[in-house]
Design a protein around this ligand. Structure first.
Ligand SMILES: Nc1ncnc2c1ncn2[C@@H]1O[C@H](COP(=O)(O)OP(=O)(O)OP(=O)(O)O)[C@@H](O)[C@H]1O
Length: 298
């Protein structure tokens, strides 16, 4: 039984909607957790700050929100020496990290999972320069695409919004050159998109690739060389298996525990759905860095 927990939620989410959500989850959580503190964010950055400031004082941190809130919490918790258990009650649009943890998307069920102490598991977190990600790092079309998502289209298209935007921006065909260093080997190439996946969801779409595991000490790197549609078509059609052999000429796929990538110029970077800019990036997998509450798959 968890004795102390901090629940962080987005103060920007709309009072009425948040009241409804809180009404469903506070009952089961406060019955199970005697010392439960609720913290509402007042501005971007607050969730990260709360985690950094108070994370070591509690047994459990619960992020009630979408991938933006989760991203901030991961960045606040990862630098701590004594890291609390982390869990998510998903209330965003994509909820990629919650999906990767097999957490129910129904908020009441997600709260029940915590109050009944779901399975705890240590998952990998990836450090990139002075930041961290739990789900993915991407540059190229993925970053451009998510930049193009306005809140309205996110609502209307829901899970497909990333890809609708990606397809929209594909006409640009902007290839970029990069240099990558993986396990002592240097590779120079061009691509339209480079992805490093820790979790298996991007924009609520699952990558049908069984090697993507949150607890294998590795990231799965995809170098997509052409803005051709084979990969997207197959992923969008949610096929159980993508024929990677067939796509070999347009996609390189490998695993790494650390890598460095430098692009020829500054580019947009998408980190778990949040945007940054940069040119030189290093990534190091921190194996089993966060202990999380997981759901049951299936
Ligand atoms: N009080 C606030 N006012 C304005 N922005 C805030 C506030 N609190 C948090 N934020 C910002 O809102 C975003 C969090 O939104 P949320 O958790 O719903 O993620 P999301 O990115 O919409 O999720 P998903 O990708 O799953 O849909 C973060 O970028 C955070 O910095």
């Amino acid at each position: 039984m968890y004795k102390t927990a901090m629940l962080i939620y987005n103060g920007n989410a709309g009072q009425k909607q948040m009241d409804k959500i809180l009404a469903q989850i506070i009952g089961p959580l406060s019955l199970a957790i005697p010392n439960l503190t609720l913290l509402q964010t007042q501005k971007p950055g607050d969730a990260e700050h709360f985690c950094r400031q108070h994370g070591e004082e509690v047994e459990l941190v619960i992020a009630l929100g979408g991938d933006g809130t989760v991203h901030e919490c991961i960045n606040g918790l990862s630098p701590l020496d004594k890291r609390p258990i982390f869990s998510v009650i998903p209330s965003g649009t994509c909820n990629d990290f919650a999906r990767a943890l097999d957490i129910p998307l129904n908020i009441k069920q997600a709260a029940m999972l915590i109050s009944e102490e779901g399975i705890e598991e240590e998952v990998d977190i990836v450090q990139t320069n002075d930041q961290y990600f739990g789900n993915f790092w991407g540059t190229g079309l993925i970053a451009e695409a998510s930049l193009n998502i306005d809140e309205q289209s996110k609502g209307v298209f829901g899970r497909l919004s990333y890809y609708v935007s990606a397809i929209k921006s594909m006409t640009a065909q902007d290839r970029f050159s990069f240099e990558m260093e993986v396990d002592g080997e240097t590779l120079k190439d061009e691509a339209v998109m480079v992805l490093a996946l820790n979790g298996r969801f991007i924009g609520a779409t699952e990558f049908p690739l069984s090697s993507i595991q949150l607890n294998d000490g590795k990231i799965d790197v995809m170098v997509i060389k052409e803005a051709g549609f084979p990969l997207f078509k197959e992923i969008l059609s949610a096929k159980a298996t993508v024929d990677w052999e067939k796509d070999k000429s347009t996609i390189d796929h490998f695993q790494a525990s650390s890598l460095k990538i430098s692009t020829s110029s500054k580019r947009y970077i998408d980190l778990d759905g949040e945007h940054y800019e940069g040119k030189d990036h290093s990534m190091t997998v921190l194996p089993g860095h966060l202990n999380v509450v997981k759901g049951n798959r299936g």
